[in-house]
Design a protein around this ligand. Structure first.
Ligand code: TMP
Length: 223
């Protein structure tokens, strides 16, 4: 059995990733593979409940460290119950947000050390947690937040000040610099049709490089 591919979507709030989901889905399906679409925080009943706590906050919003631990609790459940079994069975996984969100939001946004996140990442995901590909939707913060306001009700994180969202964007850019081969940066500030054309081109090229270069069969390798 050939292990499936893990593809993640990332970007600030209002960056425009959701509007390109249909295109991404159809390009993956065109490869003839089975696909699990999911999101973080969320993806299992427990993880979706944690999402509510993180995003609504209610009368007792989590402090930054509690928020970090909550997103990783949600991630652990999601990883063992859904993502890892899917990848093991050869299914590709398209996940709307993943660990890079934690580096950008809890790390650069809330100011928590990236080293903590790295430790939790290895603890929670083990050795296979690095996505095969991450599509990073990069949009100027003013433009992105205007989109968020148009959508209506703002969650706890979306209500943070523009400067805070600039830190999140800087965090994403730093992640991209650290691991450029994993990322495709999408200039999502452009018109929708332009974004779509650039994205399609980049994705088809990337998938073509994967053809004939499949990951090792599950259970193979040294040892
Ligand atoms: P969205 O999935 O609808 O874009 O919203 C999820 C929100 O949760 C978004 O503001 C980013 C935030 N988030 C974190 O703060 N840390 C994380 O690790 C993840 C996955 C999301």
């Amino acid at each position: 059995m050939i292990r499936g591919r893990l593809i993640t979507l990332e970007g600030g709030d209002g960056a425009g990733k959701t509007s390109q989901l249909g295109l991404i889905r159809s390009l993956i399906r065109a490869r003839g593979v089975s696909l699990l679409e999911t999101r973080e925080p969320g993806g299992t009943p427990l993880s979706e409940a944690i999402r509510e706590w993180v995003l609504s906050g209610g009368a007792d919003p989590p402090d930054p460290v509690a928020e970090l631990l909550l997103v990783f609790a949600a991630r652990r459940q999601h990883w063992v119950r859904r993502i890892e079994p899917a990848l093991e069975s050869g299914t590709w996984v398209l996940c709307d947000r993943f660990v890079d969100s934690t580096y950008a939001y809890q790390g650069s946004g809330r100011g928590l050390p990236w080293g903590w996140i790295e430790t939790l990442e290895h603890w929670v995901l083990g050795p296979h947690g690095r996505p095969d590909l991450t599509l990073y939707f990069d949009t100027p913060v003013d433009q992105a937040l205007a989109r968020v306001r148009e959508r209506g009700h703002l969650n706890r994180i979306e209500r943070e000040a523009p400067d805070w969202h600039e830190h999140v964007r800087a965090g994403y850019r730093a992640r991209l610099e650290e691991d450029p081969d994993r990322f495709i940066r999408v200039d999502a500030g452009l018109a929708r049709e332009q974004v779509q054309a650039a994205l399609e081109d980049a994705l088809v090229r990337r998938f073509d490089t994967w053809q004939g270069n499949a990951p090792a069969p599950v259970g193979s390798g040294p040892g």
